[in-house]
Design a protein around this ligand. Structure first.
Ligand code: SF4
Ligand code: SF4
Length: 290
């Protein structure tokens, strides 16, 4: 389940539609019948129809929703919905058999911690119904927000993107001291933790960054069950195009397996204690040499 709104702006974000708290909308080219109703009825004159399709000027758009409601072809779609905690609980409980004993619901985003009160209420209801809850978070929030989720969650999937504060700020728009501190506190409380590091070309994919994160985890005695190095993929390319957003990673290739193996080896060596450290995701098709 994805929560809207995120305080970070990671340049590689795979869910750009989740960054703004406002719902926003996307234009689906293959559905559009070029009727022009959206441009005609937009009170701000923010919509333009051209040979390229429908373009919305983000500077003029006030997110009034008129173009979404008036589109006869389901081509202008809202990116999100306001939902009550109770209605979500009711819907999710219907899938309880599907989740099984080991599964459950993952709260992701966006950033769950921006809606910590609602998320905690929903997590408590789900737990009360016998459904597990995992929190997928970047950890950039006051501790009070994190603490609200702790009693009602089984697992935190916690991002450690960049160890260096300045580089973290440059690539995500925020410092990382609070993120690190919250992780230490979660670990000290005995919360189950999966650490995740996105391995992004030109951003996080250097040995120094990986070994520095390993040293932090070791030195602060973070007790994690596993640490995943998540290989970059460019599957968000089409989504960025639909949203009319530029994406600097549009043409970045998948990583090579050998490079990911080397990051895992460096992480393990720097961490220096037995731990489950692995890479996940897709890689380039390997060339085979005789
Ligand atoms: S949401 Fe409202 S202001 Fe924005 S483009 Fe659509 S009609 Fe215009
Ligand atoms: S109202 Fe819908 S179908 Fe008509 S031009 Fe706009 S997006 Fe396309």
């Amino acid at each position: 389940m994805f929560f809207k709104g995120c305080p970070l702006h990671c340049r590689w974000c795979h869910n750009p539609e989740s960054i703004p708290s406002a719902f926003g909308k996307e234009w689906i080219k293959q559905n559009c019948i070029a009727c022009g109703a959206c441009a005609e009825h937009c009170p701000e004159g923010a919509v333009r129809l051209s040979d390229q399709g429908v373009e919305v000027d983000p500077e003029r758009c006030l997110e009034c929703g008129t173009c979404v409601e008036g589109c006869p072809a389901d081509a202008m779609k809202p990116l999100g919905k306001e939902r009550s905690v109770e209605s979500l609980h009711k819907e999710l409980v219907r899938d309880k058999a599907y989740f099984g004993a080991e599964g459950g619901v993952t709260f992701s985003g966006g950033e769950v911690l921006m809606q910590a009160d609602e998320a905690a209420r929903l997590a408590a209801l789900l737990k009360g119904s016998g459904i597990g809850v995992a929190i997928d978070t970047a950890g950039f929030a006051p501790w009070d927000a994190v603490a609200k989720l702790v009693p009602h969650s089984d697992l935190f999937l916690y991002d450690m993107k960049l160890d260096d504060e300045e580089r973290h700020r440059a690539f995500t728009g925020a410092p990382n001291a609070l993120i690190k501190e919250n992780l230490v506190r979660l670990s000290d409380l005995g919360m189950r933790l999966w650490i995740r590091t996105p391995v992004i070309p030109g951003a996080t994919d250097d040995i120094d960054n990986i070994t520095a994160i390993a040293a932090f985890l070791r030195d602060r005695d973070i007790k994690f069950e596993r640490w995943e190095l998540c290989a970059f993929n460019n599957l968000a390319k089409d989504k960025y195009a639909r949203l009319g957003l530029d994406w600097p990673f549009r043409d970045a290739p998948l990583m090579k397996k050998a490079a990911l193996d080397a990051f895992v080896a460096a992480a393990a060596a720097s961490y220096g204690k037995p731990a489950k450290i692995l890479w996940t995701g897709m890689t380039q098709r390997e060339e085979h040499h005789e």
